[in-house]
Design a protein around this ligand. Structure first.
Ligand SMILES: [Zn+2]
Length: 387
């Protein structure tokens, strides 16, 4: 039995005791019936018959200040089990009850909003959260955070920023990181439309929320490249690599372009060697090999072979086959072609990026994981089938 179910049952047993005490009161007969319902409900819950349990609990447990915690615990349990419709029923029943204090009402509204978010009913969640966030109560901060969640899901970055910025951002590093990404979303939108000034303003705002967000450096570099400011672009990309070394494969191609625009091939080659010693990856090996192959193909082949011994990778192996095909006889070329078909198919069948939070894998780099919605958790995959 999971811990949450155990806790709910303990809370429920407490209520059971309380019902037992009430038995001595004048309404003895009625409550005998309620108590029987209550224990039958407990039995249903233990036997995973949640529909029957829910009906009997709602019938047996009057809504009053003493039973609020049990209603909330049950609602939260159903939501976590994925039975959102039952959680909604419990919380709506709680809100329809009389005699609850202001804090208890706010708490019930917050829980119901949580249910609505999980059910995808975002406008209904928003309405409740605005009500909680606009009144002085202990749930205000939590309501604000959930409201940011709602606007994030709706991709309404302006509203998400407005609500999030009004909260005490310094108290939550996680919220500050999210706000920084919201600004980046707006910056990307502006960049896509060629609006450079607003793009820069959003990026400055993003940096104020989180000075270490590598996405800000990446977008600053993209903007600088669009403006043909290659020295600035290079600087921003190097900052990005320092902020998150795992993302280094992402900057290799644009960085190469910057060095080329600045006619600094020596600088590019020096950076490649330095990067390889700092954080080796297959993309770096291949970039290095391409440089070597400009002078001599056999040097490039020897280099890749040596690197593959140390860090085997399908991508590196493909490159090596390509090099060998140039020198092979007609017969050997056919065999190498078949081999390459297999390794290319293998490479294509494997994802290139994975979310460190939930494990979601795909072939595109997402700043927000499409599965768990975490920001900045997706990284290139390293190892035999990746970098
Ligand atoms: Zn994820």
């Amino acid at each position: 039995m999971d811990l949450s179910l155990l806790l709910v049952l303990l809370a429920a047993l407490g209520i059971g005791w309380w019902l037992g005490q009430r038995e001595r009161s004048q309404k003895r007969h009625k409550e005998m019936g309620l108590q029987a319902d209550y224990y039958r409900g407990l039995n249903y819950l233990l036997n995973q018959q949640t529909d029957e349990a829910l009906e009997l609990f709602i019938h047996a447990l009057d809504v009053n200040p003493q039973t609020v915690d049990t209603h909330l615990a049950l609602g939260s349990l159903f939501r976590r089990r994925g039975e959102v419709d039952k959680a909604i029923q419990i919380h709506q029943n709680l809100l329809a009850g009389k005699g609850l204090g202001q804090e208890q009402l706010m708490l019930a509204e917050l829980e119901l909003a949580h249910d609505f978010i999980k059910a995808g009913l975002l406008d209904r969640a928003e309405e409740l959260l605005l009500d909680v966030a606009q009144q002085p109560n202990q749930q205000k901060a939590k309501a604000t955070e959930l409201l940011v969640d709602v606007y994030q899901r709706e991709q309404d970055w302006h509203k998400a920023l407005e609500v999030g910025a009004a909260a005490n951002v310094s108290a939550s590093v996680e919220l500050a990181q999210r706000l920084s990404h919201f600004c980046c979303e707006l910056a990307e939108e502006s960049l896509g439309k060629g609006e450079e000034k607003p793009c820069l303003l959003y990026l400055k705002q993003a940096k104020r929320h989180n000075a270490d967000n590598p996405r800000v450096s990446f977008l600053r570099a993209k903007l600088s490249m669009q403006q043909h400011h290659y020295t600035d672009a290079k600087r921003h990309m190097l900052v990005m690599a320092q902020q998150d070394v795992q993302l280094m494969p992402e900057i290799i191609q644009p960085l190469k372009q910057c060095f080329a625009q600045l006619d600094d091939i020596a600088g590019w080659r020096a950076w490649l060697s330095q990067a390889m010693s700092l954080h080796p990856s297959t993309s770096l090996v291949l970039a290095q090999a391409k440089e070597l192959s400009q002078d001599n193909d056999s040097d490039a082949a020897a280099y890749v072979t040596e690197q593959l011994r140390q860090r085997p990778s399908v991508k590196g192996f493909n490159y090596l086959i390509d090099l060998h095909m140039q020198w092979a006889s007609a017969n050997a070329k056919d065999s190498l072609q078949v081999l390459k078909g297999l390794t290319v198919a293998l490479q294509r069948s494997k994802p290139h990026y994975r979310c460190r939070q939930c494990g979601f894998a795909g072939n595109s780099m997402h700043w927000q994981c499409p599965s768990c919605h975490q920001w900045g958790s997706t990284k290139p995959i390293y190892g035999l089938e990746g970098e």
